[in-house]
Design a protein around this ligand. Structure first.
Ligand code: NAD
Ligand code: MG
Length: 404
């Protein structure tokens, strides 16, 4: 890799997870602001053709394929068609995230695979736009330690956390504080099965689970939204982003996905952030900070929407929310175990090897099977992740055997 001496006035952006749903929304916002951002690196796991297409359009210096064997012919195609250097392997993700010519990293890889490159960005003090909540759920303590030590700037992209960030008081030096804050309320749509008869949940298919009523997202987060584990992960994410104990983080169902979250103050005031459900809104907020920039989202028309509803979540329908609170309260390696078990269970469900209602059973069983341990070092977190994947896979095999 090469380093150019002088930096241009625009910010260099490395986009991890460029071919995903958040990746596409990010490129859409970036393309509206060529004066602010130049794309430094675009990364994908295996989808070479869409990556090449984006490279043609955005002309990054580097492209990365982390899950594909080296192929000279492909490297030549990227160089000829898009003028960029194609790098291979997971280490290349860390290189482009930590490169001195990159100022800003969009962390939009799905799952635990996003941890290492996001940490590399944190160690080198970048502005990190964090969509990859799983990294923070599994490694909250060591991750936040690195952020504090390096002076990296962590900006939440998850719509709820971005909303909380916008509603919290800001320090004179920048960044949110908890002064005068009583609690935060994370809203949740309730997903596609919020009102479905409970007996039907056992038989729902991956296609039904991925058909979210308000958002178009990757398949993993769509299933997480259907089980509401997404909100459980977000409670843990909020704990680390805002340094809040679990009893000061509440979950409220809001089916329209217009109010993205709320902050309640000690004087009884409640501030909320509203917009149409469009991830370009939080992405533009973080890309533009401290200024406001165009996102491309439709303006909100509350007169046309008419009614906004709120209700408490039914924990019998959504046991994953409870499991996440328990893991957060247990602390140590429990959130890493919860996250890994969920990734294994969701993958098995998407592959037709597990029933929807068994996802929570796999997670609960894994939390019981893996011994509690510390979670404050990266080594401890990675060990918990590996043990939990083995335990969860064994439970999936047992349950699948029974179901067959
Ligand atoms: P997606 O499945 O659409 O895209 C995932 C991206 O990650 C792809 O570019 C893929 O190539 C890459 N990837 C997958 N596995 C990888 C691996 N092992 N190594 C390196 N790269 C890999 O997912 P998404 O919906 O864009 O979500 C990305 C992240 O953002 C997730 O953590 C999700 O929870 C979070 N998020 C998404 C949304 C949304 O609206 N989509 C909202 C909030 C938070
Ligand atoms: Mg969210």
């Amino acid at each position: 890799m090469t380093t150019s001496g002088a930096r241009s006035a625009t910010r260099g952006l490395s986009l991890l997870g460029a071919t995903g749903s958040i990746g596409a929304s990010t490129l859409d916002v970036v393309s509206r602001h060529p004066d602010r951002y130049r794309v430094f690196a675009l990364c994908a796991h295996t989808s070479a053709a869409p990556l090449l297409e984006s490279c043609r359009r955005y002309r990054p210096r580097y492209a990365v394929l982390s899950g594909v064997a080296e192929d000279r012919e492909l490297r030549r195609r990227f160089a000829e068609a898009a003028g960029c250097e194609l790098l291979y392997g997971a280490l290349a993700l860390e290189q482009v995230a930590a490169h001195p010519d990159c100022d800003t990293v969009m962390a939009a890889i799905v799952g635990a695979a996003g941890l290492a490159p996001t940490l590399a960005a944190a160690r080198t003090g970048k502005r990190i736009l964090l969509a990859n909540k799983e990294a923070l759920v599994m490694a909250g303590a060591p991750f936040m330690h690195v952020v504090r030590e390096s002076g990296a700037e962590l900006l939440p992209i998850d719509s709820e956390h971005n909303a909380v960030f916008q509603c919290l008081p800001q320090r004179a030096t920048g960044g949110p504080t908890l002064t005068g804050v009583r609690r935060v309320v994370l809203t949740a749509s309730g997903g596609p099965f919020r009102a479905a008869p409970l007996a039907r949940l056992e038989h729902v298919t991956p296609a039904e689970a991925c058909a979210h009523p308000n958002w178009v997202m990757g398949r993993k987060i769509s299933v997480d939204s259907a089980t509401m584990m997404n909100k459980g992960l977000e409670v843990i994410e909020a704990r680390w982003l805002f340094d809040l104990p679990p009893e000061r983080i509440e979950v409220l169902i809001h089916p329209q996905s217009i109010v993205h979250s709320l902050v309640e103050y000690v004087d009884g005031s409640v501030l909320a952030q509203l917009s149409n459900p469009d991830m370009r809104v939080p992405i533009a907020h973080a890309l533009g900070l401290p200024e406001r920039i165009e996102s491309g989202a439709r303006p909100l028309d509350l007169g046309a929407i008419g009614q906004l509803g709120f209700e408490r979540p039914d924990l019998k329908r959504f046991p994953c929310v409870q499991l996440a609170y328990e893991a957060l309260r247990a602390g140590g390696n429990a959130p890493a175990v919860l996250n890994a078990a969920n990734e294994v269970a969701v993958e098995a469900f998407l592959a037709g090897g597990l029933r929807f209602t068994q996802i929570a059973l796999v997670i609960a069983g894994t939390l019981e099977a893996v011994a509690a341990a510390a979670g404050d070092s990266l080594a401890a977190v990675l060990a918990a992740d590996a043990s939990a994947r083995r335990a969860a896979a064994a439970i999936v095999t047992r349950l699948h055997g029974k179901a067959a």
